[in-house]
Design a protein around this ligand. Structure first.
Ligand code: HEM
Length: 252
């Protein structure tokens, strides 16, 4: 555990060497600072998911519309590259902070609680409490991301037949057909479905928790904030799941 914490602290050690940054790094290294950064990175990733979902919902508009959208995205060239680096850095920071805060909490706590429950979501999560569920669902989302990048970024999904998406040079250029090939593959559809349910659970606690960390906490607003987190989380997860249903339904 100590070795893991030492590895995770390397970026902070490096940044603290930059003149003027040491006090900022010190503030961000406290458990409060780490929670704050987790909230900011988490909400940024939700911003990405909303944009990503909006783009992918254009699948419903048909092949020409979706491919025009995908082409427009790719025509951004170096700008897209910069956005991708930022996105992956945000994912990496969020995951690193999650491991770091969980390890710090574990080290700080001499013995585990016999029963952990949370009332922060709209419902009480069973044994293990929200933080354990956040770890499990977070790991599933990480696993999903690895498979998803292979499937749709690199077009190398295991067992997926990308023939309909290929051009004469055997390059997968038709994004609409590539998505359809992946989402209509029963194993991939199953994996995506399970991981998107995990995403819904993760976000429904995460949104509420991030807003609370950022100070949005008042007894008069708490029900509204909990409901907002729940609706946003399942709106995002449900939106992605609707694409699986569409792909399986339109399988020719
Ligand atoms: C049914 C659900 C989804 C579909 C159909 C879908 C579709 C796509 C497509 C077509 C791409 C490739 C974009 C390109 O050509 O560069 C992509 C990339 C990506 N997707 Fe998804 N996506 C889904 C769900 C998700 C979810 C839930 C996440 C995050 C948890 C996610 C994260 C990403 C990331 C990080 C990339 C790489 C972005 C980049 O490098 O440009 N996707 N997705």
């Amino acid at each position: 555990m100590n070795a893991l914490l030492r590895v995770l602290s390397l970026p902070a050690v490096f940044l603290s060497k930059i003149p003027g940054l040491a006090p900022v790094v010190r503030a961000c290294s406290t458990s409060v600072g780490q929670k704050f950064l987790m909230a900011i990175t988490g909400l940024s990733l939700i911003g990405f998911l909303v944009v990503h979902l909006a783009g992918n919902l254009q699948l419903f508009a048909g092949e020409a519309v979706f491919n025009a959208y995908a082409e427009k995205l790719h025509s951004l060239g170096p700008l897209l590259g910069i956005a991708e680096v930022g996105l992956f850095a945000t994912f990496a920071a969020h995951i690193g902070l999650a491991i770091s805060t969980a390890s710090m909490n574990k080290l700080a706590r001499k013995s585990s609680y016999a029963l952990k429950e949370t009332k922060q979501g709209l419902f009480i999560l069973p044994a293990g409490g929200a933080s354990s569920w956040m770890m499990v669902t977070g790991l599933l989302i990480f696993g999903f991301l690895v498979i998803h990048i292979m499937d749709l970024k690199l077009k190398k999904g295991f067992g997926v037949d990308y023939t309909a998406a290929m051009n004469a040079d055997n390059e997968a250029v038709n994004s609409f057909q590539a998505v359809k090939a992946v989402l209509s593959h029963p194993v991939h559809a199953g994996i995506y479905f399970v991981c998107l349910i995990a995403l819904g659970i993760h976000l429904s606690h995460g949104i509420r928790s991030a807003l609370q960390t950022l100070g949005l906490h008042h007894k008069n607003w708490n029900f509204a904030l909990r409901t907002l987190g729940f609706v946003m989380a399942w709106g995002i997860a449900g939106g992605f799941i609707s694409l699986i249903v569409w792909a399986l339904g339109s399988k020719s």
